[in-house]
Design a protein around this ligand. Structure first.
Ligand code: CA
Length: 416
């Protein structure tokens, strides 16, 4: 399958992908679109041509600044819409997309927006390599994992209000920190600012309060996935986290990639996860392939310098699967809603170049990270830009997430 729109220079946005996002052009309001190559299919404009009539998509769901109303129509509708677009974009004969050139917008002319209104955001801790590294650094090198870790996907409730779309700059946060040698805490800009390489699920279906989601049906609830940079201030985090967990060291900003890659597009890239030992409880047992083979990478670009790759890993290294995170989250009856984000937690692999945070790459600031050209980092400096990319290849089929990027700006003047 190939498209009559050239995708050779944009393999992330191949005919196999067709991710959903919210875009705007000069003089027009943000609205839903689907990416293909260097184009966006303007769903609002396409609907106005009347050619989507058979899908029974209400016009008002495409007249919105977020995807929640469209996603809420259910996968029976959004999958049909995606497959219809795939057919029209691959068929060389006459079809509505070939007849209506105005429904194809150049991606370079579009601004991207947060794709969903995020109601709730949950962050997990599902990479064993990451949890082990952090345990070794902060607790016990010989007993790094806490006793619960292999029995349940550990997570916490984050904050949705500070989730921003790729391209949004992040100011270095102020916070209370206690240097190891000091007897009392001080209030100052974070000196240990970090990224966390994560992938987040976007929920596409809600479960009523009190009704857990059966793990075998978890995919029905996951509309798709985005790249997720969970910016973290390690010095604030280290002092505040006991005993209730992450708080102000995390909630000053998290960045998402603008295009939601659907669960259906990713189905070709499913693989088995590692053997879970000890065996999990029955509600976390899952049939079939549970994980995704997606190459992930992180780059740091110093101000005025060149972008340097600092991490290259794979989503398949995760210990806990998306289905297990979803099933565990709702196992007490907690209700999830359309647009909720469930992030994986930092994705690390077993090798040092596969670590998904600077905390691990610099081993808590003890080893410099080489950016080339004589430039080194332990943590992020002002004006550094962090970019994450994700890409999957299976034979001749490839697709990707595009990127999530963000620059660190100096702290705003403190106005307490
Ligand atoms: Ca995180």
């Amino acid at each position: 399958m190939d498209s009559w729109i050239d995708t050779t220079l944009t393999p992330d946005f191949s005919i196999h992908n067709l991710p959903f996002g919210i875009f705007s052009t000069i003089g027009s309001l943000p609205r839903p679109g689907v990416a293909i190559g260097d184009k966006i299919v303007d769903l609002q404009a396409l609907h106005k041509t009347g050619c989507l009539h058979h899908l029974q998509i209400p016009a008002e769901t495409l007249d919105q600044r977020v995807l929640n109303p469209l996603i809420s129509l259910g996968k029976s509708t959004t999958n049909q819409l995606r497959l219809q677009l795939q057919h029209w974009l691959s068929a060389h004969h006459d079809n509505p997309l070939r007849h209506n050139a105005h429904v194809l917008v150049n991606r370079r002319d579009a601004a991207m927006h947060l794709p969903v209104a995020v109601g709730d955001y949950t962050d997990f801790y599902a990479s064993m390599d990451h949890a082990t590294n952090v345990g070794k650094m902060f607790r016990d090198p010989d007993n790094a994992l806490l006793p619960n870790w292999k029995h349940l996907p550990v997570g916490y409730h984050g904050r949705a209000s500070s989730i921003v779309v790729s391209g949004t700059s992040i100011h270095r946060p102020y916070g209370q920190v206690k240097p190891p040698t000091a007897s009392a805490p001080v209030f100052k800009p974070s000196a240990r600012l970090d990224f966390e390489l994560e992938v987040a699920m976007v929920l596409g279906k809600e479960n009523p309060l009190g009704q857990p989601i059966d793990i075998q049906h978890s995919e029905d609830y996951i509309f798709g996935y985005v790249l997720f940079n969970d910016w973290s201030a390690r010095d604030i985090q280290a002092w505040e986290y006991v005993p209730l967990g992450p708080f102000l060291g995390k909630n000053f900003g998290s960045s998402v990639s603008p295009w939601i890659v659907t669960t259906e597009a990713l189905s070709k890239f499913k693989v088995n996860g590692q053997v879970q030992d000890p065996p999990v409880l029955p509600y976390l047992k899952e049939n079939g392939n549970t994980h995704y083979d997606i190459e992930l990478s992180v780059y740091i670009k110093p101000d005025g310098g060149r972008e340097a790759q600092v991490c290259r890993t794979n989503l398949s290294y995760m210990y806990w699967s998306p289905g297990q995170m979803l099933a565990h989250h709702t196992s007490n009856g907690c209700n999830l809603r359309v647009g909720d984000l469930l992030a994986s937690g930092t994705i690390s692999g077993p090798e040092p170049h596969q670590f998904g945070s600077m905390l691990e790459l610099s081993w808590s600031g003890s080893r410099p990270i080489d950016l080339g050209q004589g430039i080194h980092r332990h943590f992020l400096e002002d004006h550094d830009t962090v970019t994450m990319r994700g890409h999957a290849v299976q034979g001749t089929v490839s697709l990707g997430f595009g990127e999530v990027t963000g620059q660190i700006l100096p702290s705003l003047p403190w106005r307490g």
